[in-house]
Design a binder for this molecule. Sequence first.
Ligand code: DQA
Length: 142
Amino acid sequence: MKILFINGPNLNMLGRREPELYGHLTLNDINERIAKKAADLGVEVEFYQSNHEGALIDRIQAAKDENIDAFVVNAGAYTHTSVAIRDALLSTDIKFIEVHLSNIFRREKFRNSSYLSDIAYGVIVGFGYFGYELALEALKYG
Ligand code: DQA
């Protein structure tokens, strides 16, 4: 089983960005934890982050020709704006879990809606970096 973790804009700033909301770990720290857990579970993982909508779409599209079984997607602010990322995910037919570090439902109104949730296999919000590990387990055992 191979899973691609996709992180969108500003998630490269984790650790330095609003730590009271997003925690103190950097994206590298988080990815290292995921990689360790994946090794324990016998799952292959790959990581991709971009601040650019088009680059995220290109990476999602490319996955169609790779043997990727699932995505874990935190599209950052594009979650709330991007029909294009939604369409890219639909075009691949690869299942995905949507993850948000913060609980987007107890924040500003504009964060309460997602262009991805209704087409996601599952949604995990509010558990910080642990959400990515939960997603990994859900894909392995779910
Ligand atoms: C986020 C929530 C989004 O609203 C925000 O724009 C982010 C991070 C989260 O992980 O909680 O960049 O996706």
